[in-house]
Design a protein around this ligand. Structure first.
Ligand SMILES: *[C@@H]1O[C@H](CO)[C@@H](O)[C@H](O)[C@H]1NC(C)=O
Ligand SMILES: *[C@@H]1O[C@H](CO)[C@@H](O)[C@H](O)[C@H]1NC(C)=O
Ligand SMILES: *[C@@H]1O[C@H](CO)[C@@H](O)[C@H](O)[C@H]1NC(C)=O
Ligand SMILES: *[C@@H]1O[C@H](CO)[C@@H](O)[C@H](O)[C@H]1NC(C)=O
Ligand SMILES: *[C@@H]1O[C@H](CO)[C@@H](O)[C@H](O)[C@H]1NC(C)=O
Ligand SMILES: *[C@@H]1O[C@H](CO)[C@@H](O)[C@H](O)[C@H]1NC(C)=O
Ligand SMILES: *[C@@H]1O[C@H](CO)[C@@H](O)[C@H](O)[C@H]1NC(C)=O
Length: 590
């Protein structure tokens, strides 16, 4: 077994800083040769069973070997259930981004994403949150208050007004009571803030060390799994908050991953109202309730003021494992269950009992997510689970048992290996593209064939005067059809005529065919975006017709060649891009 590279020893997100991956474009869309969106590998298609809305993901590169692992363009994406692109956010964020969602802020539909840097040792982020409007313009960059840096894990907009997020804050203290040597003096005070989004004013701040002792941890300092405490970058991350929400009762629901505990925190004085799980649970845990290293705790039922005699139901993503994504386990890895699950847990405050209400098992019981993950309960009751470090998403129906009705790997071919995605969501979204309509017009390649995406019409004759037009408009969700117009010069009479034809939009990119009568020359191709009621939304620049570019080969899944994939996913052999789709294109040139 080869010695692990420096990058392999790191925890999740470490990758991005390890990797100097060049920006790769892959020709998925002929009109946008600069983009390489993720290609969903859908193993269970929705078939009409999924809830309405788009998928919101922000896949990022795994770890280890440079240029080995996908995605080629790590960024926030909006995708359809078929894996078609709606919006590539690749050029909209300057640094690593994640936890990408839609929300409402002061009556407006917005998108937000964490944007910032990673600490390569502990998998936290240091940055801010960027809000985009429906035109994909930045309308707010929200920073943490009190001169601290926001972390990437949680960000939730409450009541269209305030935001909750957390802060990774290392401090120094005597840790001898927790097994620390004189060199081990750094610990992470896990903090969170509620901030007014408009003004940035801090309305509430909570510091874990004020209320949760280091001995609540599931990852004791001497074992060194969560930082060895030598300095601020290796501070012992004993608590690790990764989700926070607020109930209508004004109290906070907090997930502390490294204490395997979910807590309710008093929104007035910060005291802990109850703990679920961990060493100090206030509830007796019923069969299969026990969870560990969980993510994304949310209220399912209300959050209404809960008299102690009633019940609350919460949802969470139970990883049930802790360990480095890349290391093969060893004595530092903690396993509580063979696979990760989504759970609905009912808390009976009178009886002090926690009962499992629903469980969402991964397809084939096959996914153990060592890090990350989310569980979104959709408006009509389906549940969308994101399997974090394993780069897969599943939608479950909750009607007849918890059945998977959609499953996808977030990329295809070798790019899916070790691709990670922190959270995934489904939202409705209306977006207006700020970009110019992208149009490519080209003569079909000799021998016919215009590519997989071209919509051939019955009876169409492909000859040398035919023109294929490809059009897309990144982020636009309102165009219903494309009106194509062009000039046509008859080569024998030199008479020029104007033509127009409207085509129904078929997806991110629509392929159209102009087939003039023989020996006519097509020029000045323009496209108008037509919305509801025939309204013209935008007009492209005119483009001239070029020869079919040899590289406009439809995108193909790349295959892993010359290297065997292991569960650990690492191979130190040839850079795989050299044998992927790009090399195939290279051959076409010859
Ligand atoms: C939500 O915001 C509205 C308007 O700002 C305010 O009246 C209301 O009290 C807020 N509700 C909560 C639960 O904070
Ligand atoms: C922090 O501690 C780690 C582990 O002992 C060490 O590798 C690293 O160089 C230290 N960083 C600094 C800035 O001293
Ligand atoms: C929350 O704290 C306030 C102020 O200390 C206290 O009056 C209230 O009873 C607490 N609520 C709960 C549910 O513990
Ligand atoms: C607990 O989980 C195991 C494994 O999935 C299952 O066989 C068992 O039926 C579950 N028990 C309950 C009470 O849910
Ligand atoms: C589950 O197993 C089936 C049959 O082996 C396979 O076709 C399918 O792709 C697997 N699904 C996942 C998500 O691994
Ligand atoms: C899709 O994923 C399955 C399961 O990992 C894999 O066997 C298959 O090769 C993938 N398909 C493509 C096109 O990448
Ligand atoms: C999207 O809108 C439809 C129609 O209003 C609704 O049924 C669906 O639940 C919405 N989806 C999401 C994810 O909010």
């Amino acid at each position: 077994m080869p010695a692990p590279t420096r990058c392999q020893a790191l925890t999740w997100l470490a990758a991005a800083t390890c990797l100097l991956q060049p920006v790769q474009a892959d020709g998925t869309y002929r009109s946008r040769p600069d983009l390489s969106p993720p290609h969903l590998n859908i193993t269970i298609p929705c078939d009409g069973r999924c809830e309405a809305g788009y998928l919101f993901v922000a896949p990022f590169t795994g770890y280890a070997d440079p240029v080995d692992h996908g995605p080629l363009q790590a960024a926030p994406y909006i995708l359809t259930d078929e894996g078609d692109l709606v919006w590539s956010g690749f050029t909209y964020f300057s640094t690593w981004s994640g936890n990408f969602q839609a929300a409402r802020w002061r009556g407006r539909d917005v998108l937000f994403s964490f944007e910032g840097a990673h600490n390569s040792l502990h998998g936290h982020g240091h940055g801010h949150h960027t809000f985009l409007d429906q035109d994909y313009q930045t309308i707010r960059e929200l920073r943490a208050g009190h001169n601290m840096l926001s972390d990437k894990h949680e960000f939730i907009v409450l009541n269209e007004t305030t935001a909750l997020f957390q802060i990774y804050h290392p401090i120094q203290m005597d840790l001898s009571a927790y097994g620390g040597t004189p060199e081990q003096t750094w610990i992470v005070d896990a903090r969170f803030q509620e901030v007014d989004i408009e003004t940035g004013k801090v309305l509430f701040e909570w510091r874990s060390l004020d209320w949760a002792s280091p001995d609540e941890t599931a990852l004791p300092l001497p074992l060194g799994q969560a930082g060895i405490g030598h300095n601020s970058s290796t501070a012992w991350d004993y608590f690790h908050i990764n989700s926070i929400t607020k109930g209508d009762d004004g109290h906070y629901l907090v997930s502390a991953r490294h204490a395997s505990t979910v807590l309710k925190v008093n929104g007035t004085d910060g005291s802990v109202i109850w703990r679920l799980g961990g060493h100090k649970s206030d509830f007796e845990l019923g069969p299969n309730v026990t969870f560990g290293f969980q993510h994304h705790a949310r209220y399912l039922s209300g959050g209404d003021p809960v008299p102690l005699s009633t019940t609350e139901v919460i949802s969470l993503f139970d990883n049930s494992v802790y360990g480095s994504e890349s290391a093969g386990g060893g004595d530092k890895e903690v396993h509580l269950f063979p696979w990760s699950r989504g759970k609905y847990i009912e808390l009976d405050h009178a009886a002090k009992k926690a009962t499992l209400v629903k469980t969402f098992h991964p397809p084939n019981h096959s996914i153990l997510a060592k890090s990350q993950g989310s569980l979104q309960t959709l408006p009509r009751g389906n549940a969308l689970i994101n399997w974090g470090s394993e780069g897969q998403i599943t939608e479950f129906s909750t009607e007849a048992g918890e059945q998977p009705i959609f499953h996808a790997f977030l990329d295809s071919g070798f790019l899916q290996d070790k691709l990670q995605n922190y959270r995934a969501f489904r939202y409705n979204w209306t977006g207006f593209s700020p970009e110019t309509i992208a149009v490519v017009a080209e003569h079909p390649r000799p021998g016919g064939g215009g590519g997989a995406q071209l919509d051939y019409h019955e009876g169409d004759q492909v000859d040398s005067s035919a023109v294929n037009v490809y059009v897309s408009w990144n982020g636009d969700t309102v165009t219903k059809s494309w009106r194509l117009s062009w000039s046509q010069e008859d080569s024998s009479t030199a008479v020029v005529t104007q033509h127009a034809r409207e085509y129904k939009r078929t997806g991110f990119e629509t392929a159209m065919r102009i087939q003039p009568s023989t020996r006519a020359l097509v020029s000045g191709v323009r496209v108008e975006a037509i919305g509801d009621h025939g309204r013209v939304l935008s007009v492209s620049d005119p483009v001239e017709v070029g020869p079919a570019a040899p590289w406009t080969q439809p995108w193909q899944p790349r295959e892993r060649k010359g290297a065997s994939a292991s569960f650990d996913g690492h191979n130190n052999q040839q850079p795989l891009l050299a044998v992927g789709g790009r090399a195939v294109r290279g051959n076409i040139f010859k």
